[in-house]
Ligand binder design. Structure first.
Ligand code: BJW
Length: 250
């Protein structure tokens, strides 16, 4: 692929890169996205599954959904997009990977500086005493899991609609967006806030804003450029380009 002159220039001067990823980055691993024709929200209603009131009303149903997704996520592997982001991290001085994904695939691929805005499906915590646990499974009788310490209801450590994002992680993400000189927004529909504000913050602060997505999104009108295509095909080419410009510069 022939990248634009402007993107090549941005890659060659990039000292600080911030990346925001969404479900599209894991799609090529076999993890379903949320929106769109094949997305999870076509079959499951977010208002019944992805908010705290729904959990309290029917914890078994919500846990069934998360157990199913945990199983899917455990059985897939990082794809070339995850691996390319590991390489980009090694090529620049300051790199922050902000992800909305809860599937842990960035960490499994080997990325280091990851900020998980919406939590991690592999962790759970008790809503009463906030004791954290790993790898909670639904019991054979399909009852929602209970805390070993206090007997309270255990929930997945993910951020549902109407809930605050982990404040320190969100603040670090905002700072990374503010200081970067190149921002890559990859595989997200960019409709869920406050994550969707990060690319705009970066652009306002002078970063070159690039979107990589299979299709145009609401963000596309506000980027410097949108590269249409699969993250797993475009990102390895970005790594190649970054390696070439860094080699030429050294
Ligand atoms: C590919 C590809 C390939 C496919 N290659 N690309 C300001 C304005 C308006 C609303 C709000 C606002 N501030 C807050 C709100 C409310 C709400 C919100 O944003 N609502 C909008 C949807 C209208 N936000 C919140 O409630 C957040 N909390 C909050 O703001 O707290 C403050 C507050 C408190 C109280 C009241 C009000 C405010 C919390 C948001 C939590 C989101 N949680 C979820 C579930 C996580 C747990 C779980 O996984 O079950 O997070 S929802 C779901 O959406 C999930 C995702 O992380 C998130 C984003 O989805 P994503 O990743 O973008 O996926 P898709 O499917 O939408 O898009 C995939 C993209 O990939 C597509 O574009 C494809 O084309 C592309 N693609 N294959 C490249 N191979």
């Amino acid at each position: 692929m022939n990248f634009s002159q402007k993107l090549r220039a941005a890659l060659s001067r990039a000292q600080s890169i911030c990346v925001l990823t969404g479900a599209g980055v894991s799609a090529e691993s076999g993890v379903p996205t949320f929106r769109g024709a094949e997305g999870l929200w076509q079959k499951f209603k977010p208002e019944e599954l992805a908010n705290f009131d729904a959990f309290i009303a029917n914890p078994e149903l919500v846990w069934e959904w998360y157990s199913y997704r945990k199983q899917v996520m455990k059985n897939v592997q990082p794809n070339p997009a995850h691996k390319a982001l590991v390489e980009i991290e090694q090529l620049v001085r300051d790199f922050t990977l902000v992800t909305q994904n809860v599937d842990n695939l960035h960490a499994r691929a080997g990325s280091k500086n990851i900020l998980e805005l919406h939590g991690n499906i592999e962790r759970s915590y008790c809503i009463e005493c906030r004791t954290f646990t790993d790898d909670v499974e639904l019991s054979a009788d399909h009852k929602a899991p209970r805390c070993n310490t206090c007997g309270g209801l255990v929930r997945p450590d993910v951020v549902w609609f109407g809930e605050l994002l982990p404040m320190d992680i969100h603040q670090q993400a905002v700072k990374a967006a503010e200081r970067c000189d190149l921002f890559l927004c990859i595989g997200t529909s960019a409709v869920v806030y406050p994550a969707a504000a990060l690319p705009l913050t970066a652009r306002e602060r002078g970063a070159y804003l690039v979107e990589i997505n299979q299709e145009n999104t609401d963000l596309s009108l506000r980027t410097h450029e949108t590269i249409l295509g699969k993250a797993g095909e475009i990102l390895p080419q970005i790594v190649h380009e970054l390696q070439s410009v860094k080699e030429r510069a050294s």
